[in-house]
Design a binder for this molecule. Structure first.
Ligand code: P1T
Length: 389
C-alpha cells in the first residue's frame, strides 16, 4: 500500500504491512525461518539469514520509520540494545553529552559500560540550551536526551538543542519512548536519531522486550544495519509481530493514556498528601510551554513526591489494587513504582539526590482503565499512607 501522506493513526495500522503477496493474509505473517533459500550463491529474494534481515522485522522497521517520519528503522532485541548499538558507532576517546535524567539502565550504559570502552560521558540538565552549547567539547560526537525524561518528566527543547548540535556538527539522538511518535516526532524537530524501547507504549501490552532506532541519515543507517547484523542483538520474528500488532492501536491507546493521566495529575496536584507533581500537562510544570509546543499531548507518565518518605511510599504502593507495583511502563495496565529502589537503583545515590529522586518519589504509568477506578485506587494508597505523613 502507498502510505505517503497518510495520517499517523492510519500509518499505525498499515505502514509496512501490505497484504501478503502469496496468500493475501491481511496480517503480516510471522516468518520464523532462520535461513532463506538461494537460487545460487548470493542470489536470493532479499533475505539470506534472519540475523541480517527477516520479513516480519522488515514490516516492523518500515512501520516505525513511517511513524517517526524517518527513512530507516532498525529494530533491536531491547531498548538497551538499541542504545548500545548507537554507542557502538563511537570510538575510544569520543565524548557524549547526555541529558541528566535518563532511564537507570541507560545511565548504566553511559556511566559504566561506555567508560570501560574509553569513551567519556557528561550528564547535563539540558533545560538551558546555552549550557548545552557550552558543554560541547572538540571530541563530542553525540548528544543524547530523553524528553519527557525518565523519571522526572523533564522537558527539553528538541528544536533548540538540535540547532546547537547541527552547528557543532554533532548528531542529536532523542529517546522518544515516553512520548511515542503519536505525541512527538523528534526527526521533524531536527534530531538525527530517534531511539525507542518498543517494550513500552509501541507494543503496549507488557509482553515484549524490544527496541529500535529510526533515522533519515543514510550513512548512520548503514552503520546501524551493519552493527545490528554484527552484534546480533536482534528481535525475534514473533516479537516483531507482537509489536506490529500492538502498534495498530497506538493511536487510540495514546489518546486514552493522555486523557487519564491529565485527570490523575490534577487529582494528585490537589491532594494534601502530595508535595509536588511532575507532569508536562500541568501549568505548574517548568517545561509546560515547551511541551505544549513540541508535543501533541503530555503523555501517560506522571511522577510525584509523596509526603512521609519511604514508609509512606511503601504503604502507598502495597495498598494499590489496580496499579501494579512493577517496573516498566506504557502498557494498557496501570503501573506504579519507586524509582530510587527499582528503575533507577543503578544511578548513584548522590546523583539521585541531586535530581530529586528521593524516598517519597513515585512514578505512575497511567493505563487505559476506567478513570474513576484509577482515582479510587490511588485514594486507597493515600489512605494507607495517611498516618505515616
Ligand atoms: O527495557 P528496554 O527495552 O531495554 O528499554 C530500556 C529503556 C530505554 N529508554 C527508556 C526511556 C526506558 O524507559 C527504558 C526502559 N525503562 C524501564 C524499564 C522503566 O521502567 O523505566
Amino acid at each position: 500500500m502507498h502510505v505517503e501522506g497518510l495520517a499517523q493513526d492510519t500509518l499505525c495500522i498499515h505502514a509496512g504491512q501490505a497484504a501478503d503477496e502469496v496468500s493475501g493474509a491481511v496480517m503480516v505473517p510471522i516468518s520464523l525461518s532462520s535461513t532463506f533459500a538461494q537460487d545460487g550463491p548470493g542470489r536470493h529474494k532479499g533475505y539470506d539469514y534472519s540475523r541480517a534481515g527477516n520479513p516480519t522485522r522488515t514490516a516492523l522497521e518500515s512501520c516505525l520509520a513511517h511513524l517517526e517520519g524517518g527513512k530507516h528503522g532498525i529494530a533491536f532485541g531491547s531498548g538497551c540494545a538499541a542504545t548500545s548499538a548507537v554507542l557502538f558507532s563511537l570510538k575510544s576517546g569520543d565524548h557524549v553529552l547526555v541529558g541528566d535524567d535518563v532511564y537507570g539502565g541507560t545511565f548504566r550504559i553511559f556511566d559504566s559500560v561506555l567508560k570501560s570502552w574509553g569513551l567519556d560521558a557528561t550528564f547535563l540538565d539540558m533545560s538551558d540550551p546555552g549550557a548545552v552549547r557550552a558543554a560541547i567539547r572538540p571530541n563530542t560526537r553525540l548528544l543524547w536526551l530523553e524528553t519527557p525524561s525518565n523519571p522526572k518528566l523533564k522537558i527539553f527543547d528538541i528544536a533548540a538543542i538540535a540547532e546547537i548540535a547541527h552547528e557543532a556538527g554533532v548528531p542529536l539522538a532523542v529517546d522518544n519512548t515516553f512520548a511515542t511518535p503519536m505525541l512527538q516526532r523528534p526527526l521533524d524537530l531536527g534530531a538525527k536519531l530517534v531511539v525507542h524501547s518498543t517494550t513500552k507504549y509501541l507494543n503496549g501490552h507488557s509482553d515484549v522486550v524490544g527496541g529500535a532506532v529510526i533515522t533519515s541519515d543514510d550513512a548512520i543507517a548503514d552503520r546501524l544495519h551493519f552493527l545490528q547484523k554484527s552484534l546480533g542483538a536482534v528481535p525475534s520474528p514473533f516479537d516483531c509481530y507482537m509489536v506490529l500488532r500492538g502498534l495498530k492501536t497506538l493511536g487510540v491507546r495514546m489518546k486514552q493514556h493522555v486523557h487519564n493521566a491529565l485527570i490523575i495529575a490534577r487529582f494528585l496536584e490537589s491532594h494534601a498528601q502530595v508535595e509536588r507533581v511532575f507532569y508536562p500537562g500541568l501549568a505548574s510544570h517548568t517545561g509546560h510551554a515547551i511541551a505544549a509546543r513540541q508535543m501533541k499531548g503530555p503523555g501517560g507518565m506522571i511522577s510525584f513526591d509523596l509526603k512521609g518518605g519511604l514508609s509512606a511510599a511503601t504503604a502507598f504502593l502495597k495498598a494499590l489494587r489496580i496499579f501494579t507495583c512493577a517496573e516498566s511502563l506504557g502498557g494498557v495496565e496501570s503501573l506504579a513504582e519507586h524509582p530510587a529502589i527499582m528503575t533507577h537503583a543503578s544511578v548513584p545515590p548522590e546523583t539521585r539526590r541531586a535530581l530529586g529522586i528521593g524516598d517519597g518519589f513515585l512514578r505512575l504509568s497511567v493505563g487505559v482503565e476506567d478513570i474513576e477506578d484509577l482515582k479510587q485506587d490511588l485514594e486507597r494508597g493515600f489512605h494507607a499512607a495517611r498516618n505515616l505523613v
